[in-house]
Structures are given as structure tokens and as C-alpha cells.
Design a binder for this molecule. Structure first.
Ligand code: OOB
Length: 536
């Protein structure tokens, strides 16, 4: 344990090593061995770019050297915000080789979120692109640099300056500690802002290696990165890292819509990809009228949010592939249905954990006692690739983890006799907007910064397309009358990802109070949610 990270107790770590889960390999060393084994095979494709494993390896070496000569040092953190472009891979592996820890932001994140990631990690740099999808990322990155004192550099992939950095002569660098933290992922958040998730080379590579096996990736597989690659699902379940690990090619999709994805599936003979349920539904619909040849597609992973039975049943017939459900979290635990599971399991559950050493408990949320087999309860987990604590968050860790190191996922699940998990709900104050996670409290805080808002409660409302959308209930201060459009614009202008701007705003005179007249925010939200369900 250090002040920043809570890692596994030494005896537990020794057990994971002895079991062969943790192998003492870093990401940089992995790429070196992949480049030796698959030198001339295609590693990544995107736009007009097509790099072999040898080219990717060479670029990552140069970027590592370039980052270190540009003033970054091993152990530094850098907020990384890149869209799905081939450069993502050499930049990330370059950072890993240099020992610079990426903080994986999503392209949708804006100033207030990036500022928080940079401040929380005391990042030395922000690495992003100039403009992308009509957003000036360079300007946002510079604003973050002016907000956060630790940020010394803004590096723009695609700029002349970056091309110069990426042309630095490669040099021999010391391999970082494989048991050390390699990068920081973001939590979906429930209490306020996203927490940073420290993942080590050892633990993450174990989950990647096993995902490759479970998802059947081979050197002749082709993985389509449809979702934003910095997210844990397309990054490692099995994702672009799984594809690389298998010696397979990755195709970077600039956008996940059916037209773009189907064009790439046909052109590159894509065999496997992963999507969130609303996207799966859109692809199923589009498949009926597409002229594209999707016959190469073997496996569609669906996860990030619950894939309902009806949708699950339509995927195989519509897309001519096998459905694989995945229930994972950036904090660690990943469950998959297996490719040879019976249909009943594939269509009706979210799978079972990757590892025999993933420990799963289903408990009564109030008492913490294990529920009877087959009953619904809160999911707790610990294991060889599940964190023991968020980065620099001692106070939050005290409640997010049990004393003996189980992570409280906030998910409500049921475990079948065979050990498959069915996700049935959520106990955390989070809205799952088609796989994009919105922390109620974060949005409430933005709303409450408005001078006309006295109180705010953000709840999920069921939505046919996204599964859930956000509804903000707002009580105005006396004499003020903020409107829905004004409040939505206000939240957007505070610099947050578009998916966090409330879909619906209801201005109400007061929040309903509970029977005893006590204002419990928790009960308030439940009452509002019930109200919202009744209203169309
Ligand atoms: C993935 O990771 P995160 O960190 O964005 O979100 C994790 C949360 C889970 O705790 C759960 O609430 C929800 O997302 N979730 C699902 C689900 N997959 C994730 N809820 C119901 N059914 C599913 N299949 O979302 C993530 C990370 C790795 C692989 C896949 C997804």
C-alpha cells in the first residue's frame, strides 16, 4: 500500500503469482514479443493508415523516447483523450514504455471533467487531438492546463510538434515494475465525480489474456473497435488489447453507427466486435435493409448495460453471428457468457466471471449477510484483477470496499445454481444511459450551482431506446423560474459530456416528503422515480 494506491496484500499477490495469473510482464514487453512473433501482420487499421506489429512497435519506441525528452518523467500521469484513431495504440504503448501513466478520458468529456481528472491525478500533461467531431479539443486541453497547475504540457496528436516527438530516435528504457500501476481508468461515479481506478500491468494483462481465450480470438481474427477505445470494454474485453495479444488486427471505427460499422465489417472482414445494447438494437434494425456483406462476423459482444431477452434473441438471426454477453466494470470483475454455453445461458444471463479466483458474494444490502442461493442481492467481488481501492480516495474507499477487500459493485444480481449472474438492478445512485454512466450527484451539483435552483434530484427514467434516461427534478429558489431549456444549457455550458446533460427537466414546487416528514434524499429519489414511471 502507498498513499496513492491500495494494492493487494502481499500474501494474496503471491497466490495470484503462484497460480500463474500474474506473470511479471509489462505492456511494453508484451508488444516487443508480439512484434517478434507477428512482425509483418497487420496490427491496426483506421482511415488511410495500416500498421503492422513491427511498425506499431517501432512507433511506440519512438514516442516513448520522445515523451521522455519532452520533459515527462517515469511515474508522471497524463490525461489522454483520443478518439478511435490508429495513433491511440502507439501513443498508449509509448506511454507505457516511458512509464507515464495514461488517465483514460473519453472523447465526450469536457473541461470540467478533464480538469477533475488532471487535478485528481496531478497530471503533468494532457494528450489529445486538435479538432474532432466539431469539438476543439486543443482549446479545451489548454483551458485545463490553465486551470490545473501541475499540467505543464499539452500534446496534440496529429500536430507537427507531435510528429517531431514521434520521430525521436528510439532508445533502451528500463522496463517499469509489472506489479506497479500502469494507468488510471475512470469509474462511472455514483457519489459525485468519477474516481480514478489504478490498474497494474500484471492484473490487467491477466484479464486481457483470459478474455482472448474466452472470446476465441485467433491471429486471423479481426476486431472492430466501435465504442470509444479508452473505455474498459473496447479496450480489454477482449477489445483492442485482446486483439493485439492474439496477434489479430484491430479496425478503428470513427463512429459506431450501423452504416460506418457495416462498411468496415465488409471491407476488413471483421470477425468480432463489442457494442452496448442500444447500438446492438440499431444494428439489428439496420441489418434487415443493409446491402453490406456481414458474413465474416462471428461474435457480437453486448454489454455495458443490461441486454434484455428480446434483444438478445434477435441478435443471432439478424446479424448471423453468436451473441456473447459481457458484464464488466472498470474496477475489475468481468463476466462473459461462454461461446459454448447453451442458448438459455447466453440469452438469459450476463455470464460468469473470467477467473476461478474471482470471488463473488451476493448479499442483503441492509445486513450484509449472504442471501439464499437464487435470491437477489448486492454483488460484492474481489479477485486477481479487481482493485482494492480507488486512487487517492481513502475516505470513499472506506465505504466502497469491505474491510476484507471486497468491492461493492452497486449492482443487484441473482446467481443461478450453475454460477451465472443475472443483473437485475442497481443500488448505486447512477443512471446507466445505454452504457454511459451518469452519477446523479455530479449532475445535481451542476444544477445546484445555478442561482435559481434551490434543490435538485436526478433520477433514471425508463427509456425504450437507451434503457434509461436522466430526469432532473428541480425546486427553484423563491421568486425564480428557471426553465428546462435554460437549465440544460446551463449544465452543458459548465463543460460536461453531452450524455450528462439531463434529458428531461421537471421544475416542481417542492419535493414530496416522506410519511414522518423527514427529507431523506434516498427516499425522495425513489418516490420521484416511481412518479416518473407513471408519467409517460
Ligand atoms: C462497463 O464498465 P463501466 O465501468 O463503465 O460500468 C460498470 C457498470 C456495472 O457495475 C454495471 O452497473 C453496468 O456497468 N453494466 C451492466 C452490464 N455491463 C456493465 N449492467 C447490466 N448488464 C451488463 N451486461 O460497463 C464494462 C466494462 C468491461 C466490459 C463490459 C462493460
Amino acid at each position: 500500500m502507498t498513499a496513492d494506491h491500495v494494492l493487494w496484500p502481499p500474501r494474496t499477490a503471491a497466490r495470484y503469482r503462484a497460480a500463474g495469473h500474474w506473470r511479471g510482464q509489462t505492456f511494453g514487453a508484451l508488444l516487443t514479443s508480439l512484434a517478434a512473433a507477428y512482425a509483418d501482420r497487420t496490427a491496426v487499421v483506421g482511415g488511410d493508415t495500416r500498421w503492422t506489429f513491427a511498425e506499431l512497435d517501432e512507433r511506440a519506441h519512438r514516442i516513448a523516447a520522445g515523451l521522455l525528452s519532452s520533459g515527462l518523467a517515469p511515474g508522471d500521469r497524463a490525461v489522454l483523450q483520443l478518439p478511435n484513431i490508429p495513433e491511440f495504440l502507439p501513443v498508449v504503448f509509448g506511454m507505457w514504455r516511458a512509464g507515464v501513466l495514461p488517465v483514460f478520458a473519453l472523447p465526450a468529456h469536457r473541461r470540467s471533467e478533464l480538469r477533475h481528472f488532471a487535478a485528481q491525478s496531478e497530471a503533468a500533461a494532457v494528450i489529445t487531438v486538435g479538432e474532432h467531431e466539431r469539438h476543439d479539443h486543443a482549446a479545451t486541453a489548454r483551458a485545463v492546463a490553465s486551470d490545473v497547475e501541475s499540467v505543464r504540457r499539452v500534446l496534440l496528436v496529429g500536430s507537427d510538434e507531435f510528429a517531431g516527438l514521434a520521430a525521436t530516435a528510439p532508445r533502451e528504457l528500463p522496463d517499469p515494475d509489472p506489479a506497479g500501476v500502469a494507468f488510471l481508468q475512470l469509474s462511472g461515479g455514483s457519489t459525485g465525480l468519477s474516481k480514478l481506478i489504478p490498474r497494474t500491468h500484471d492484473d490487467y494483462l491477466y484479464s486481457v489474456r483470459e478474455s482472448v481465450r474466452i472470446c476465441g480470438l485467433r491471429p486471423d481474427s479481426v476486431y472492430l473497435a466501435a465504442l470509444p477505445v479508452a473505455h474498459n470494454f473496447p479496450l480489454s474485453s477482449p477489445g483492442v488489447l485482446g486483439a493485439l495479444h492474439a496477434g489479430a488486427a484491430t479496425v478503428m471505427a470513427p463512429r459506431p453507427d450501423a452504416d460506418t460499422a457495416f462498411r468496415l465489417i465488409e471491407a476488413e472482414r471483421v470477425t468480432i466486435t463489442g457494442v452496448v445494447p442500444p447500438l446492438a438494437a440499431a444494428w439489428v434494425q439496420a441489418a434487415a435493409r443493409t446491402g453490406r456483406d456481414l458474413s465474416s462476423l462471428e461474435v457480437l459482444l453486448v454489454g455495458g448495460a443490461k441486454c434484455g431477452r428480446e434483444l438478445a434473441e434477435r441478435i443471432g438471426p439478424a446479424l448471423g453471428c453468436r451473441l456473447q454477453q459481457v458484464f464488466g466494470m472498470a474496477e475489475g470483475l468481468v463476466c462473459y457468457t461462454r461461446l459454448d454455453d447453451p442458448d438459455e445461458v447466453v440469452l438469459g444471463t450476463q455470464g460468469r466471471p473470467i477467473s476461478p479466483d474471482d470471488e463473488v458474494r451476493v448479499v442483503d444490502p441492509d445486513t450484509g449477510a449472504d442471501v439464499a442461493p437464487g435470491e437477489t442481492g448486492a454483488l460484492l467481488t474481489r479477485g486477481p484483477y479487481t482493485i482494492r481501492g480507488y486512487y487517492r480516495a481513502a475516505e470513499h474507499n472506506a465505504t466502497a470496499f469491505t474491510a476484507d477487500g471486497f468491492y461493492r459493485t452497486g449492482d443487484l444480481v441473482r446467481r443461478t445454481p450453475a454460477g451465472h449472474l443475472e443483473v437485475v438492478g442497481r443500488a448505486k445512485e447512477q443512471i446507466n444511459r445505454g452504457g454511459e454512466k451518469v452519477a446523479a450527484e455530479e449532475v445535481e451539483n451542476h444544477l445546484m450551482a445555478h442561482p435559481g435552483v434551490l434543490d435538485a434530484a436526478v433520477v433514471a427514467v425508463p427509456d425504450a431506446h437507451l434503457g434509461e434516461r436522466t430526469c432532473a427534478y428541480v425546486v427553484p429558489v423563491a421568486g425564480a423560474a428557471p426553465t428546462g431549456p435554460q437549465l440544460r444549457a446551463f449544465v452543458r455550458e459548465r463543460g460536461v459530456a453531452a450524455f450528462k446533460v439531463p434529458d428531461l427537466v421537471q421544475v416542481v414546487g417542492e419535493f414530496p416528503v416522506t410519511g414522518v416528514g423527514k427529507t431523506s434524499k434516498r427516499e425522495l429519489r425513489a418516490a420521484l422515480a416511481a412518479l416518473a414511471r407513471k408519467e409517460p
